[in-house]
Design a protein around this ligand. Sequence first.
Ligand code: FEO
Ligand code: CA
Ligand code: CA
Length: 694
Amino acid sequence: MNDKKTTLIEMDNGDEPMSNHSDNPYFAAILEKRLSRRQVLGGSLTAAVASVFGASGMGNLAEAARPGLLPPQVGKPPFALTPTLGFDAIPVTRSDTATLPRGYKAQALIPWGTPITGSRPEFDPVNGNTGEEQEQQVGSHHDGMHYFPIQDDPNGHGILCVNHEYVDQRVFHAAGPTFIDGQRPDDEVRKEIAGHGVSVVEIKKDAVTGEWGVVNESQYNRRITAGTPAEIRGPVRGSDLVKTIHSPDGTMARGTINNCAHGFTPWGTYLTCEENWAGYFVNRTELPREHSRYGVRTTNGRYSWETAQGGADEYIRFDASAKGLDATKDYRNEPNTQGWILEIDPFEPNSTPIKRTAMGRFAHEGAVFAPPQLGQPLTFYMGDDARNEYCYKFVTKARYSKNANGDMLDEGTLYAARFNDDGTGEWLALDINNPKFQAAAAAAGVEFADQADVLVNTRLAADVAGATKMDRPEWGAVHPQTREVYFSLTNNSTRTDESGNNPIDAANPRGPNPFGHIIRWRERGNRSWATKFEWDIFVLAGPESDSQVLPEQGGPALTQDNIFANMDGLWIDQFGTMWIQTDMSGSQQVSGPFGNNQMLAANPETGEIKRFLSGPWDQETTGVVSTPDGKTLFVNFQHPGDRSQPGVFTSNWPDSGAIFRHPGDAEVVPNPDGPRPRSATLVVTREDDGVVGL
Ligand code: FEO
Ligand code: CA
Ligand code: CA
């Protein structure tokens, strides 16, 4: 989500509160530009490629898969290390449609409100649906997603898992949100809770028309919402810090909140990542560190769910004030059940989602694994999207095997990244049994009772360990062949040039950083579990006058073909193309040089970048995945028209019917009285049925 969104309830936004007031060691000064490390990063490329495919590589995924599931495929050698980006870049665009290169077409799939389960109630764009109906429909604000192919027709039949990050109340309710004597009507709260979470949807391509649609009465279709029961596993299970009146033994939680980016596992499950959950809670008593370091509110929750008129337990739990004799008598610990990675098995519709606490608690943006190797630990990379927070990785204790399953995620080591100014980096273990961590905590005067305490307070643990404050880490991507890791750093308005609170450093070299950059690293020895790495910057985004590709190699500035800002979604596909998605604020889209939010394609090796598509008004482009053959690309447009007021819309996509256009066609302007905008998935294909992007 961007920096500018507000709700009607209070003026401050619910996003990315700056709550890192730690006194980390900073790099004293920025010295001259470092020597090129690209030799180090790229020197062993050929050997690295050979080892990935020669030793084990992604082929192992097939062995680990269960019947019915076809795991994601990657190209077999010779792998396209230099994707061709064989399309004409589209210009900067402001049309209330998708804009696609010539030769491409698109449809809109599963917009918010699409009926998928139960009695499959139809979307009501005029009067709005009830909470009960929303529980049977696709949620709002599509974000991270993954496509799980089904074996009978992997390129035309699969399960799409889609995150629903939040709701815009002005668009979500027919007449906006309601307060009655300071309280929210129960059904509005119920509906908003159901608008959050995840949709699991079986989809199929029509053999005749080529159009994708929902498989009705699918055994897999499912909604997981901000109220769905979830089990707590890993070191935090049973901790005093997660005991509530609802779960006095600290083993169960309810719901998943603000699901931004995602991940998936080699064993075919979906990971949904809880990002800006803190603002949904209010604590009017003294805030413990596990609330204050994350930005739990002190006046009211983001949507005031805690004020629901009927006072039902499932709603008042968002008030985390200490009220009872101890934690098992109230909801003071309810916020501690959020901020995790939640594992969902899309092939087991009755399974209980599991909070994997060993992977840490923060504003989780996403979780992407390094190509698994048989007999070695499995590594997931994760970002904490708030200003001056950290990059993390989780390395499993268990070795990867063809029998791997989610239990692997319950034991391992969580690390935070330190980016040294000389281009080296270090992974800092956040492990109560690690002597370095113990010494750092002692030196900082910070005590942790046990590993559960470390994990509930992951941000504090990373402060103590001395991690590098980053410019809002969003999605990461791992190159499936070279294993290089790329991370979006979307922007940072609180990093400063001078000796301010958050001075620039080599890894975050602009302050303030309104446009963001992509950083990348390679693990020492190309082993994802290494504790040392080398890094460089892939691109400094921005206008032509303030941007550069591969700055350490003296690369070019961006041009009209590829200027962009505030990268968020990031994915490297099975053909080696890196997809970059933007989340610029509304004002940046209206008056900046970049046009509407967009998706670009990049060649990670050469630094070539081309604008591939742009979306309708006021949306962010987020979530991208393809079928295994690369011929169908799924892309989410989240919150089109998010500057709307009730009944006065700043986008009408997709129900305007104008789904896409090509450069040169007339731009579509929104009609304030036109259809209500809806988040939806754009399905992009080539008219000649080729691979998208190549
Ligand atoms: Fe939900 Fe960090 O974007
Ligand atoms: Ca964002
Ligand atoms: Ca995001």
